[in-house]
Design a protein around this ligand. Structure first.
Ligand code: GLC
Length: 527
């Protein structure tokens, strides 16, 4: 684990790989991925050229939201193993030169966390309730009109005090995820303990869940009812008009996290999950005394096309450079449709997702790869009966949720469970037609998506520390230079001329002297 050639810290240009623990590899045969399964597949990550892992939650949890409902942030859920398994995983990853970062979920606890159980048992106005956001309702109505992200109101009423008064508690997500009150000093103190617990064990950093959500506006004002209606229709709304997110006081919380990180040796880091579409407001999360990185979701949200991709790259680079932070580029994660599916599924989707990967891996900054995207997996259409995401129930079966991108990773063989587990009863069913997507099958194919990712992460090291500059390109294409390498991406249908030079890598077959539709190429044009 050496620092890269420049003086930049390791995370500034790292390839991070997100492991969604339930779906990566099952080591004990119960149909759900776990830490020993992950440990026994670290070789895949070495071959893939990964610098660091981001592990989604593996903490004690009743799994109301796949582990993002944490009942004990300092212990491993038996579903995933033990603390000793975690220590073994960390030691082995480090020995292989892979850093390990873990999720923390500071916006809320599980309703099974002892603090919430104590709060329920205590009276309104008690110190136990003051760790969460309990309020009186307005008659029979909740304290305000906020909806939850997973559908339904963001408030749940509790059976209450002997005098018949009853309070409501806030949950921006499921009712099993009560929001913490970060203005109560007990909460930051508890999270400092959690960070130190994992830092002392040797983790290299954190991914901060809902980093734009912990601070609520004073007085919890109602939302514009038109916004509530639009959200219920599934319309995506910017945080600028939605009081639930991105309150200015959240930054003090991140400064507190940073102080803890900086008190440890070895460039420990944190990346924020802040869904803040305003670039300047997003950049505020990575000011010099706040988080180190914040996910750039602009590429995830960009439709396939030269203009949307160009605008996303340009805006992100400009905003981050204002505060002196690197970008961290994201094409997929456990919350969004897989790139192949977003770009149209089938052969088109695969071709575009491969080209997008060559864009992502050639940009300056850090990149995050979601497990399975390196195989070009599509989303899976699951039967209703298989759905597990709380969104499905909470939305009254109108939103299917995120299970389609969480189907387990196929490793080998020609039928489910494709080496993921020893049982075919995997926590989400695996499709019958995934034989071509297994790690083993793709490793044997020189033109597979896996082979492309492996080559790209290797070549990407040459780009470290080089400048980024746009080059002229036809309307449906993008072109830019990183040091001596020129990247050409053709989003349109007419072929785009290849520059003079040595083709280092292409996301698909090239034409004579030209890049065909939905294809990207890296060309050494000088040096
Ligand atoms: C984040 C996670 C998502 C989870 C939510 C609530 O957005 O990525 O999976 O449901 O937070 O914790």
């Amino acid at each position: 684990m050496t620092e890269n050639a420049s003086s930049a810290p390791w995370w500034a240009s790292a390839v991070f790989y997100q492991v969604y623990p339930r779906s990566f590899a099952d080591g004990n045969g119960d149909g759900t991925g776990d830490l020993i399964g992950l440990r026994s597949h670290l070789g895949h990550l070495v071959e893939l050229g990964v610098d660091a892992l981001w592990l989604s939650p593996f903490y004690r949890s009743p799994m109301a939201d796949g582990g993002y409902d944490v009942a004990d942030p300092c212990d491993v859920d038996p579903l995933f193993g033990t603390l000793a398994d975690f220590d073994d995983l960390l030691a082995e990853a480090h020995a292989l030169g892979i850093r390990v970062t873990v999720d923390i979920v500071p916006n809320h606890f599980s309703d099974q966390h002892p603090w919430f159980q104590q709060a329920l048992a205590a009276a309104p106005g008690s110190p136990e309730r003051a760790r969460f956001i309990f309020r009186s309702g307005q008659g029979d109505q909740p304290p305000n009109n906020w909806p939850s992200v997973f559908g339904g109101p963001a408030w749940t009423r509790v059976a209450d005090a002997p005098d018949g008064s009853s309070q409501w508690f806030l949950h921006l997500f499921a009712p099993e995820q009560p929001d913490l009150d970060w203005t109560n000093p007990e909460v930051p103190a508890e999270y400092e303990r959690v960070l130190r617990f994992w830092l002392d064990r040797g983790v290299d950093g954190f991914r901060i869940d809902v980093a734009h959500g912990m601070a609520k506006p004073a007085g919890l004002p109602d939302m514009d009812p038109a916004l509530v209606a639009a959200l219920a229709d599934g319309v995506h709304m910017p945080s600028a008009v939605d009081p639930r997110w991105d309150d200015d006081s959240v930054h003090e919380i991140h400064r507190g996290f940073r102080r803890v990180l900086d008190s440890y040796p070895g460039a420990r880091m944190a990346v924020g999950e802040a869904w803040v579409p305003d670039d300047a407001r997003l950049a505020a999360y990575v000011r010099p005394d706040e988080l180190n990185l914040t996910f750039n979701f602009e590429l995830v949200e960009a439709a396939w096309g030269a203009r949307p991709f160009g605008a996303a790259i340009e805006a992100s680079l400009a905003a981050m450079s204002e505060v002196g932070a690197p970008c961290s580029w994201v094409l997929g994660n456990h919350d969004v449709d897989r790139p192949v599916t977003r770009y149209g599924d089938g052969a088109d989707g695969v071709r575009r997702a491969r080209a997008a990967a060559l864009v992502q891996l050639s940009l300056p900054g850090a990149v995050y790869i979601y497990n399975g995207d390196e195989l070009g997996l599509p989303n899976v259409e699951l039967p209703d009966s298989a759905l597990q995401d709380p969104t499905w129930e909470r939305s009254g079966h109108t939103m299917r949720g995120r299970d389609g991108e969480r189907v387990p990773v196929p490793w080998s063989g020609t039928t489910p469970p494709y080496g993921f587990s020893t049982t075919a009863s995997t926590w989400l069913p695996m499709p019958d037609d995934w034989a071509e997507f297994t790690v083993a099958a793709e490793a044997a194919q020189p033109d597979s998506t896996l082979a492309l990712f492996r080559a790209a992460t290797r070549l990407r090291r040459e780009l470290d520390g080089t400048d980024f500059a746009w080059l002229d390109a036809p309307e449906d294409a993008l072109s830019y230079r990183r040091g001596g390498v020129t990247v050409v991406v053709n989003f349109g249908s007419a072929p785009v001329a290849l520059p003079e030079g040595e083709v280092l890598l292409a996301s698909g077959a090239l034409l004579e002297g030209a890049v065909p539709a939905d294809t990207a190429a890296w060309v050494r044009t000088s040096g």
